[in-house]
Design a protein around this ligand. Structure first.
Ligand code: DER
Length: 242
């Protein structure tokens, strides 16, 4: 309940402060915190949401939008920049760089985030981190083409990942987890926050190298410097929002 109330607090504050009065299109991320974002939006007066198109970032996000009775759109049909994108994260550093992909939705999340005017991250206190890849134990989620998975595993090891693994479906599915785009997810832990980058001179790390591995579709590092204003709301243990 403490964590759930922290998620709800962050989500409600984010919507109250960033849902534009004249909104036309809003991106909705994936995961459990964004559920409260949609809950808050559905409590807004109808005149504020009736004319808005909501763009999902996967099947779960799409279902949230439809079940809330909000108008569903699709990123492949949307050309104009989205007013704002709300999404969760697995780890957020002081620069507001994020690790995302815990829900295996990182590809569409990044595609929708980069299509928006700004990204508003909502998270509970557990996601705060002094340096990326030091708190979120599984490491950096990376979406890969299944045929290339073993090759990518070997490259990640040579780039310093301590124990990259293909994410399995667990009780939900025998064999690997399959993303909404039909790909695998590799979780790549990088000890003490060193994420491979083009140059060690860049601080905080800019993980260009990951994208250059053949078979990598997208990685879960959301770099705050990518021309996107990023705002983050954290629900804290003491019931405050920072
Ligand atoms: O997959 C993602 O990046 C999601 O945003 C997700 O990991 C956030 O998780 P949570 O809101 O359920 O904690």
């Amino acid at each position: 309940p403490l964590i759930e109330s922290a998620k709800r607090l962050a989500a409600y504050r984010a919507v109250d402060e960033h849902f534009p009065p004249n909104a036309r299109s809003i991106g909705i991320g994936s995961g459990s915190t964004v559920v409260y974002v949609v809950e808050r939006i559905s409590l807004l007066p109808r005149e504020r949401t009736d004319h808005v198109t909501f763009i999902p970032t996967g099947y779960q996000s799409r279902e949230l939008i439809v079940k809330a009775g909000l108008r569903l759109g699709s990123i492949d049909m949307h050309t104009e920049t989205l007013d704002v994108v709300f999404d969760g994260a697995d780890e957020v550093d002081p620069y507001l760089n994020c690790i995302k992909g815990g829900g295996a939705c990182l590809f569409q999340e990044k595609l929708v985030a980069i299509s928006g005017r700004k990204l508003v991250v909502v998270a509970d206190f557990r996601k705060l981190s002094p340096s990326l890849s030091t708190h979120y134990a599984p490491g950096v989620p990376i979406e890969v083409v299944p045929l290339a998975a073993n090759y990518v595993l070997s490259r990640l090891s040579s780039l310093g990942s301590s124990a990259p693994t293909i994410r399995m479906g667990g009780a939900a599915k025998a064999g690997p987890c399959i993303t909404d785009n039909g790909n695998f997810i590799i979780d790549a832990p990088f000890p003490d926050g060193f994420i491979p980058m083009a140059s060690s001179s860049i601080s905080p790390p800019r993980p260009l190298t990951l994208k250059s591995i053949v078979g990598v579709v997208e990685h879960g590092i959301f770099w705050a410097g990518d021309r996107k204003p990023v705002t983050a709301y954290f629900g804290m243990e003491d019931g405050t929002v920072s």
